[in-house]
Ligand binder design. Structure first.
Ligand code: ZN
Length: 188
């Protein structure tokens, strides 16, 4: 069944994890096609987000479900046993369990920490999970991502419309100035 040694598995998963891999490319192409422009792997930002859309003040992380522990609860060890609640897209290997749990817990904690740091710097953070990019739901995911970005932009640029009590003095003065200017132009 599981013929890989932990070392082989590690090497395999590390390769899948490397930058420029398929899930990230899907998001890049999907956003590009929809007219969004971005920077890649911003080295100056916490966590080096996969895509940075400055105009939208948004960082996008494209996360592998296994490495980042998508929907997996990994509580503290109990009586020498991990109590693991696996999810559909992230199943902790039965061999070398202790190593994997610690590793993925560490990644989860780091993800949260980095997103908090980005938020404090005024960035929105969006995580796109690998499982949401499988062919059957990919377009839907990308469309909703585009929708979210547009909504962020609109909220950031919303004009506070208010109607204060009319200040007659100011209004009258403005009207008078405009009138004067108009008449000056006419006499020339
Ligand atoms: Zn997932």
């Amino acid at each position: 069944m599981d013929k890989l040694s932990p070392q082989q598995r590690h090497a395999n998963m590390a390769a899948i994890h490397s930058k420029g891999t398929k899930p990230e490319m899907i998001v890049r192409r999907g956003l590009w096609k929809r007219g969004f422009r971005y920077r890649l792997n911003a080295p100056d930002l916490p966590g080096h987000p996969d895509l940075v859309l400055r105009k939208y003040r948004t960082c996008i992380f494209v996360n592998g479900c296994f490495w980042h522990g998508h929907n997996v609860a990994l509580p503290q060890i109990d009586n020498g046993q991990w109590i693991i609640d696996n999810s559909e897209c992230c199943k902790i290997p039965k061999t070398n369990r202790d190593f994997w749990v610690r590793k993925i817990r560490r990644n989860q904690a780091r993800d949260i920490e980095q997103q908090h740091r980005l938020a404090r710097l005024g960035w929105h953070c969006i995580t796109v999970w690998e499982c949401s990019l499988k062919p059957s739901i990919r377009e839907q995911t990308l469309t909703s991502l585009a929708y979210t970005l547009n909504r962020i932009w609109l909220e950031d640029h919303a004009v506070q419309v208010s109607y204060p009590e009319a200040e007659e003095g100011v209004g009258t003065m403005l009207a008078a100035e405009e009138g004067e200017e108009y008449e000056t132009e006419k006499t020339e």
